[in-house]
Design a protein around this ligand. Structure first.
Ligand code: 5AD
Ligand code: SF4
Length: 449
């Protein structure tokens, strides 16, 4: 076992992935090295509450860690993130190796805590307090540059949608100040990053809380889009009720802003939307979609859908299918509703039977597959530009290697590029030649830059 070594296991959303990425870089800055689970001195689980029974998944993972490490008491195990926030110190009693619990705001103190816990074997630390303002994390510098970098702009959420656990696990909405966000963006661009993704639970509501400095989202977006070296800009996730006209207009005027938006619809039925507490109806949603297309004719959308929310009947579900068609989503994440203890809907009557939920999910996914396939097929012959992210697992042809990257709409495209060079981070003009179920293939159609 290497004395200062760590292994991180990550579940859940992009925000979690980004938290883990930050944690890894900060531990490396403190002299740690990344190691396989079996040989790491500190094993950290960054957990997610969004799937059903998340505590079972964490328990199963802790069991796996115990068996792979032989229960060695010198191994420090930490449970971090949303499930840690929810279940707190119960994980201390679950397994003696667990000596660190850090909730969503506590992660900022995790690198220091890991060092302390390794020096003091009898100690246990629990970092579960929510802060009232966004706590700036130690910046990360150096290390390999990535073509795409994610930058947190806020934490938490104030919406309390009836089904959702996030306001309880990540706390109230706390925006970051614009200056450190811009500094972090500049640092990534200076390292060679070409695409920035701004992250938050509800990014369009950025600035509308007591943390941060009140900079509106559209103003932040314009300042990030103007940074030297930026080629592409995206953001995640948006709540339709917080999409302002100036956010829509940004798609028409900010050149780096990609023509794609992830806009969770959740349901197409106005009755269900009202009961979910979403504060928009299907007409509002269609109006946003129309204004986005007016601002940017090639705009594409993806979404999240929950089927089988309490009280959802076949007509409600048909309304969701009709909205899927009307909005022409190019992809979607879809889920069967399930209770989250603590969220309001857990107490709602008229729960949908599991077999009906599964049936609706399959019908919805079949429809999405058709929409996605139609969109991908329609792209054949089109010229586009990829940001090359790495080698792809496809066969290589003589003198050429297969690479993959994303086009401005976020579609994954494979392309054969000259062998013998590292093309990571380059922009590749390609002509689309083939569409599979989920990916595209293209031919290089100009100079890499
Ligand atoms: N049941 C099913 N899906 C849910 N989501 C959030 N909470 C639940 C729940 N209780 C889905 C929503 C959200 C996505 C991240 O997870 O669609 O947008
Ligand atoms: Fe999962 Fe939501 Fe927490 Fe992300 S914020 S890790 S999706 S529960």
């Amino acid at each position: 076992m290497i004395e200062k070594s760590f292994h991180i296991i990550t579940f859940g959303c992009q925000m979690n992935a980004n938290d883990s990425h930050w944690l890894a870089r900060r531990l490396v800055a403190r002299g740690f090295v990344e190691a396989p689970l079996e040989t790491a001195r500190a094993v950290l689980l960054n957990t997610c509450s969004v799937r059903e029974k998340p505590e079972h998944k964490v328990a199963a993972t802790l069991e796996r860690v115990r068996s792979l490490t032989g229960g060695n008491p010198d191994v420090l195990v930490g449970v971090l993130g949303c499930v840690a926030q929810q279940y707190g110190s119960t994980f201390f009693t679950a397994q003696s190796q667990v000596r660190l619990i850090a909730g969503s705001d506590g992660i900022s103190g995790a690198p220091e805590a890991v060092e302390r816990l390794l020096a003091e074997p009898g100690l246990r630390l629990s970092l579960l307090d929510f802060t009232s303002r966004y706590i700036e994390r130690e910046p990360v510098h150096g290390g390999a540059s990535a073509p795409v970098a994610y930058v947190n702009i806020m934490q938490g959420c104030d919406n309390f949608c009836a089904y959702c656990i996030v306001p309880f696990t990540r706390g109230r909405q706390k925006s970051r100040c614009a200056a450190p966000i811009l500094d972090e963006c500049r640092a990534r661009l200076d390292e060679g990053t070409r695409e920035l993704v701004l992250l938050g639970q509800n990014v369009n509501a950025f600035g509308r809380d007591k943390s941060g400095d009140g900079t509106p989202f559209a103003a932040l977006l314009a300042r990030v889009a103007a940074l030297p070296g930026i080629k592409r800009l995206r953001y995640l996730t948006s709540h339709p009720k917080d999409m302002r006209p100036e956010d829509v207009a940004a798609f028409a005027v900010l050149t780096p802003l990609c023509p794609h938006l992830h806009l969770p619809l959740q349901s197409g039925s106005d009755t269900i939307l009202a009961r979910m507490g979403r504060k928009y109806n299907s007409r509002d949603f269609l109006n946003i979609v129309a204004s986005l297309h007016a601002a940017r004719p090639d705009m594409t959308l993806s979404t999240d859908i929950i089927v089988g929310f309490p009280g959802e009947n076949e007509d409600d579900f048909q309304a969701t299918l009709a909205m899927m068609d009307a909005c022409n989503f190019i992809s979607s994440f879809s889920f069967c509703y399930s209770d989250r203890p603590g969220a309001r809907a857990a107490l709602f009557p008229n729960k949908t039977a599991p077999e009906i939920k599964r049936d609706r999910l399959l019908r919805l996914q079949a429809m999405q597959e058709n929409l996605s396939r139609r969109w991908l097929q329609g792209r054949i012959g089109e010229e586009t530009c990829l940001l090359v992210e790495g080698k792809s697992r496809r066969q290589t042809v003589s003198g050429q290697t297969s690479w993959q990257g994303r086009d401005p709409y976020g579609a994954l495209v494979h392309v054969a590029l000259p062998a013998g060079a590292d093309h990571t981070g380059r922009m590749a003009p390609v002509r689309i030649t083939e569409a599979k179920n989920r990916t595209l293939t293209g031919r290089l159609a100009g100079d890499l830059w």
